[in-house]
Design a protein around this ligand. Structure first.
Ligand code: KMH
Ligand code: ZN
Length: 306
């Protein structure tokens, strides 16, 4: 995808809370609806044109009920023009039916779509985080020693069927090279339409690594499979976040940041908000001589319903 090299516009997505990190890891991880609303609005204000959203229960456990999203989604939409992006990944511990329900109900402009099955190793975080307020947090990490994030071809079709009719388009989450080939397969079958918004995920245990060569290999493969028919975005998990985002911006890609993907703002320094990460990547993007896409520019670039 050469789009951003020509336009100089970079889309910043902010993933506000996710389902990977847990409240004991950072006091800044948003959990309650009020926190999700204020973090989302501040991230949009700082330059995020897309907000990738998950819901949580009061104790921080992932909540994938449509009602969970009702607590914050209308409030966010009312106060910002940013593009709403609802997860269909939920947590890797959930069934695909449960995962698709919020996007099917709320019919957002964007929903995530995870493009393949994989091991999902969260347990290395036990090396860094040892004290947990809730039992579920430790189980969530320990349980990942035997966790497969299931996204079979039928599961992917199920998400497509429940969401496509609503005009929802997708953030295709690709954690490995094979996931690009899976997307190409669905394109061949005519089940997905260009331009494809490919979110490549680097550095999650079970997926591709976070080496600069991994980023290049992902881009070269996507270029070969999709040519001008895709828009490339990257996210680096954990400490990889800014190095990988910067590499991708330099190569003409878009970037995703947010506390879903990394709790950090620098070495050993917790980010105090999502907006802090957005402001930081915005400074890098602008420092490279590029500019940040507005929500309407992002809609145009990605072919969203608006
Ligand atoms: N948690 C990220 C690595 C989803 O919500 O569908 C990818 C993600 C998946 O955001
Ligand atoms: Zn997510």
């Amino acid at each position: 995808s050469k789009e951003n090299v020509k336009s100089g516009k970079v889309i910043i997505t902010c993933a506000i809370t996710g389902a990977i990190h847990t409240p004991s890891m950072s006091p800044h991880l948003p959990v309650t609806p009020d926190e999700i609303v204020s973090e989302s609005l501040a991230a949009a204000e700082a330059g995020a044109s897309i907000l990738h959203l998950h819901a949580r229960h009061a104790d921080g456990r992932p909540d994938q009920s449509p009602e969970g999203f009702a607590q914050f989604l209308p409030r966010i939409k009312q106060s910002t023009d940013a593009v709403m992006n609802i997860t269909t990944g939920g947590s890797p511990y959930m069934s695909v039916e449960e995962r698709a329900a919020p996007a099917a109900t709320w019919q957002p402009e964007l929903a995530s779509l995870n493009m393949g099955s994989m091991n999902f190793g969260l347990y290395p975080m036990l090396n860094r985080f040892k004290e947990f307020k809730h039992d579920w947090e430790r189980e969530h990490l320990e349980g990942s020693r035997d966790l497969v994030f299931r996204n079979s071809f039928k599961d992917i079709e199920y998400v497509l069927e429940t969401c496509y009719g609503n005009g929802t388009r997708f953030e295709f989450e690709c954690y490995d090279i094979s996931h690009l080939y899976n997307l190409a397969h669905f394109a061949d079958r005519g089940l997905v339409k260009a331009p494809f918004f490919v979110q490549s995920v680097f550095g999650l245990l079970g997926g591709i690594g976070g080496h600069p060569e991994d980023v290049l290999h992902m881009k070269r493969t996507a270029d070969r499979l999709f040519g001008e028919d895709y828009r490339w975005s990257v996210l680096g998990a954990g400490a990889n976040q800014f190095r990988i985002a910067t590499q991708a911006a330099t190569l003409g890609g878009n970037v995703r940041v947010g506390l879903e993907d990394s709790l950090w703002a620098g070495r050993g320094k917790l980010a105090t908000s999502n907006a802090e990460q957005v402001a930081k990547i915005r400074g890098i993007v602008e420092g490279l001589g590029l500019s940040v896409a507005t929500p309407d520019e992002a809609r145009e670039i990605l072919g969203l319903k608006g």
